[in-house]
Ligand binder design. Sequence first.
Ligand SMILES: NC(=O)c1ccc[n+]([C@@H]2O[C@H](COP(=O)([O-])OP(=O)(O)OC[C@H]3O[C@@H](n4cnc5c(N)ncnc54)[C@H](O)[C@@H]3O)[C@@H](O)[C@H]2O)c1
Length: 251
Amino acid sequence: MPRAALRFAGRNGLVTGAGSGLGREVARGLAAEGARLVLFDRDPAGLEETAAACPGSVMMVGDVARGADMARAAAMLSPITLLVTAAGIIGPTTPLPEVEEEAWDRLFAINVKGTWLALKHVVPLMEEAGGGAIVTFASGAGLVGNPVFPAYAASKGAVVLMTRSLVTGHTAQGIRANTVCPGPIETPMLRQSFAAAGNRAVEREEYTRARNPMGRFGTPAEVAAAVLFLLSDEASYINGVALPVDGGRLA
Ligand SMILES: NC(=O)c1ccc[n+]([C@@H]2O[C@H](COP(=O)([O-])OP(=O)(O)OC[C@H]3O[C@@H](n4cnc5c(N)ncnc54)[C@H](O)[C@@H]3O)[C@@H](O)[C@H]2O)c1
């Protein structure tokens, strides 16, 4: 790709959940377009694999739910002007009254507090640097109620409004923030969500595919393309959007 086409040349970014799936694909795409990255995940082997495809990147093994870890990650490259928060889990797949308190707390610690901690430690650095662009990860399940993953849906709904609230308070400092809301995308998490259905896993997979207008699952590359666009200067007037990337599932 000619140098002029590199949308992120000279920029530093932090990607959480970079050790697998969508975070890895976004990291690859950003690195291919010139960004230097802090790759953050709790999975060291996954991080190594991603780092091999991201020249100049640095890695940190840590937990997004721990403020000290996020503070260290945010300080590894300076200035960070790109942030992607892809770390997340599905958590309990039971009706709300049956969710165990501990499982609820862990889900919200990763999906909601983990996103907030990344914002907490990166946004002030972006302000010092004169601005930046952020993409948080919610889900189609963060936009409408979900009977299969109700606790997950609640956590992703929180991510949507956390991001929109950030926009209402920090746009004047040069920061843009948007959320992607993927539908079913072919990653280890999607497979895990089917496996959670036990002996009805195949049925759940077929149902999920059949109710999508496109009749298929999305690819990580299709989500990464949307994330890179939202992070780029091409999206300079797009702010506070919760963008479904779902083949029309919520249409
Ligand atoms: N795949 C889908 O169908 C889908 C749909 C909607 C939303 N999403 C969201 O997209 C994001 C990425 O999902 P994915 O499909 O790539 O999943 P994935 O399981 O492939 O990757 C998630 C990554 O997050 C990391 N992670 C989890 N908890 C962590 C923690 N406490 N600290 C640090 N790292 C942690 C995992 O190690 C893993 O590398 C998630 O937020 C997910 O909720 C995915």
